[in-house]
Write a protein that binds this ligand. Structure first.
Ligand SMILES: Cc1cc2nc3c(=O)[nH]c(=O)nc-3n(C[C@H](O)[C@H](O)[C@H](O)COP(=O)(O)OP(=O)(O)OC[C@H]3O[C@@H](n4cnc5c(N)ncnc54)[C@H](O)[C@@H]3O)c2cc1C
Length: 421
C-alpha cells in the first residue's frame, strides 16, 4: 500500500528512510530546519583552511555494514587511520599499552557484573580504594571522551559492551563525510522525493493516518504518516524552547528523557608546519588532562592539522564560552602538552575553527549514550504512535554501533520495515 509520508530531518537517518520509501513508490516529503541536509554530518572548509574539515562525524569505527555499503555504492574512497594512541600526563608521554594500570581488572569486573548500574556507582563499589584513583579517572575520561557520557548516569552494561568490542581499525573519508549525504540526497531526488531545507517544524497536529505539520515560516504540509528523525536534544527540549516540536494531541515524551545525550566541543587548528613530528612521528591520538583533553592528527596524511575534542561534562563546561576563547584554551592545552609557549603556537597557526554541538539550535547536543532505562525507552520509541507517527535517528538505535552514522542509517532503514509491515 502506498502512503504519503513526511520525514522531519534530513540527516543520515531521514535521508536513508527517504531513499528507501521513495524507491518503494511512497510519496515522500522531507522537512529540514537547516539550509542544508546532513545534520550532524557536516564537512566544511572555513576561510584559511587548505582542506575540508569535519564539524561532526569524522571516523568509521570499524567496517560497519550499512556505511560501507553506501560508500561502495557511491564510489567514495576511505582510508585507515594510522598512528598510536598516546597519553600525556604531567609532561610524561606513554603509549596505550602501558598507560592504564588496572584496566584488565576493571574489564574483568565489568564482565562479571550481573546487574546494571551507573559507572559512578560501579567505580565507587568496586574500585573505591585510593590505589585505584588513577584508574577511576581513566574510566571516567573514557566515558566522557568517547561516549560523551556522564559517569553519574551512564549504564555500565552499555559501555562494557562497547569497550569490549572496540574496533581496532578506524577509517576516515579524505574527501569528506558529506559525500555520503550528497549521494543519498541525489538518490532521494531521483526517486521523486522532495526535500525542503530551511523548514523548521514547530507543530504536528495529528489523528490516526493523518498528520498536519506546521513550519516556522508558516507553511503547512499534510500526509498519512510521519517519521521524526530530529536529534534527541530537540525531542528532549521543553515545549517553550525555540526549536521544540509540539505534538497536538501530546505524545508521551517521558521515554526521550531516559536516553542520555552528551555535549561535544570540537576544535580544528591548522598550522604552517606539523611541529608535532619533532616530538614523535607516530602520533595518532593524544589523551591529556588539559581543558581540551583529546587531540588527533590526520595520519597517515601528514597535513599540519590537529583536531581537539572535549566530550560529555568536559564539553558542557564550555556552554557559555565563545569560539575565540575556546580556541585560546585549545592553544593553551596544546602548549602544555608539547611544553611550548602559547605565543609560539599562535605564530604557527594559519586557520582555526571551533564548534559547540550542545548550543547548535537543531541538535542541542552531540550524540546519545545509554542510561539505566534506555533499553526500555528505545523499545517504546521504536513502536509507532497509532500507526501514524514513527521515530528514527541515531538515538533510537539499539546495537553495538551506538551514537554513530551507522546507528542513524540502521534506524532509518528499520523504520521503513516497520512502516511497510
Ligand atoms: C561532533 C560529533 C562527532 C561525531 N563523530 C562521529 C564519528 O566520528 N563517527 C560516527 O559514525 N558518528 C559520529 N558522530 C555521530 C553522527 O554524526 C550521528 O550519529 C549521525 O550523523 C546522526 O544522524 P541522524 O540522522 O540521526 O541525526 P541528524 O544528523 O542530527 O539529523 C537530524 C536532522 O533534523 C534536523 N532538525 C532538527 N530540528 C528540526 C526541526 N524542528 N524541524 C526540521 N528539522 C529539524 C536537523 O537540522 C538535522 O539535519 C558524531 C557526532 C558529532 C556531533
Amino acid at each position: 500500500m502506498q502512503h504519503s509520508i513526511i520525514i522531519i530531518g534530513a540527516g543520515a537517518a531521514g535521508l536513508m528512510a527517504a531513499r528507501i520509501l521513495s524507491a518503494a513508490g511512497h510519496t515522500v516529503t522531507v522537512l529540514e530546519a537547516n539550509d542544508r541536509p546532513g545534520g550532524r554530518i557536516h564537512t566544511i572548509q572555513p576561510a584559511g583552511f587548505t582542506m575540508p574539515i569535519e564539524e561532526g562525524a569524522e571516523f568509521m569505527h570499524g567496517k560497519l555494514p550499512l556505511t560501507m555499503q553506501l560508500l561502495k555504492e557511491a564510489g567514495v574512497q576511505y582510508q585507515a587511520v594510522a598512528g598510536k594512541m598516546i597519553q600525556v600526563k604531567n609532561g610524561r608521554w606513554s603509549d596505550q599499552e602501558e598507560f592504564v594500570e588496572g584496566w584488565d581488572e576493571l574489564m574483568d569486573r565489568m564482565a562479571d557484573l550481573k546487574e546494571d548500574m551507573t559507572l559512578a556507582d560501579f567505580l565507587q563499589q568496586y574500585f573505591r580504594d585510593d590505589k585505584y584513583a588513577a584508574l577511576r579517572k581513566s574510566a571516567q575520561r573514557f566515558a566522557e571522551g568517547f561516549d560523551v557520557a556522564d559517569q553519574q548516569d551512564v549504564s555500565v552494561f552499555s559501555i562494557r559492551e562497547e569497550w569490549m568490542n572496540e574496533q581496532e581499525e578506524q577509517y576516515r573519508i579524505p574527501g569528506g563525510y558529506n559525500q555520503l549525504i550528497t549521494y543519498l540526497q541525489n538518490a532521494c531526488k531521483a526517486n521523486g522525493c522532495v526535500i525542503h531545507t530551511s523548514s523548521v517544524v514547530k507543530t504536528v497536529r495529528w489523528e490516526p493516518d493523518k498528520v498536519q505539520v506546521g513550519t516556522a515560516n508558516g507553511q503547512t504540509f499534510t500526509a498519512q504518516k510521519l517519521i521524526v528523525t530530529v536529534p534527541l536534544g530537540v525531542l528532549q527540549a521543553p515545549a517553550a524552547h525555540s526549536t521544540a516540536v509540539v505534538f497536538e494531541p501530546a505524545i508521551d515524551t517521558q521515554p526521550f528523557q531516559q536516553i542520555g545525550f552528551g555535549a561535544v566541543v570540537k576544535v580544528v587548528l591548522q598550522f604552517s608546519a606539523p611541529f608535532w613530528l619533532e616530538y614523535r612521528k607516530d602520533i595518532g591520538f593524544l589523551l591529556s588532562e588539559e581543558a581540551i583533553p583529546t587531540w588527533w592528527t590526520q595520519l597517515p596524511d601528514s597535513v599540519p592539522v590537529l583536531t581537539g575534542w572535549a566530550g560529555g561534562p568536559q564539553a558542557a563546561r564550555f556552554k557559555d564560552t565563545d569560539e575565540q576563547t575556546i580556541i585560546e584554551q585549545a592553544l593553551q592545552s596544546l602548549a602544555n602538552i608539547f611544553s611550548m609557549q602559547v605565543e609560539q603556537l599562535k605564530g604557527l597557526l594559519t586557520a582555526s575553527h571551533a564548534v559547540k554541538w550542545q548550543t547548535n539550535a537543531y541538535s542541542l547536543g552531540a550524540y546519545s549514550y545509554s542510561k539505566l532505562h534506555t533499553g526500555t525507552a528505545r523499545q517504546m520509541l521504536n513502536e509507532p504512535v497509532n500507526d501514524t507517527i514513527y521515530f528514527a535517528g541515531e538515538a533510537l538505535y539499539n546495537g553495538e554501533a551506538g551514537g554513530t552514522v551507522e546507528a542513524a542509517l540502521s534506524s532509518g532503514s528499520s523504520v521503513c520495515k516497520l512502516l511497510s509491515s
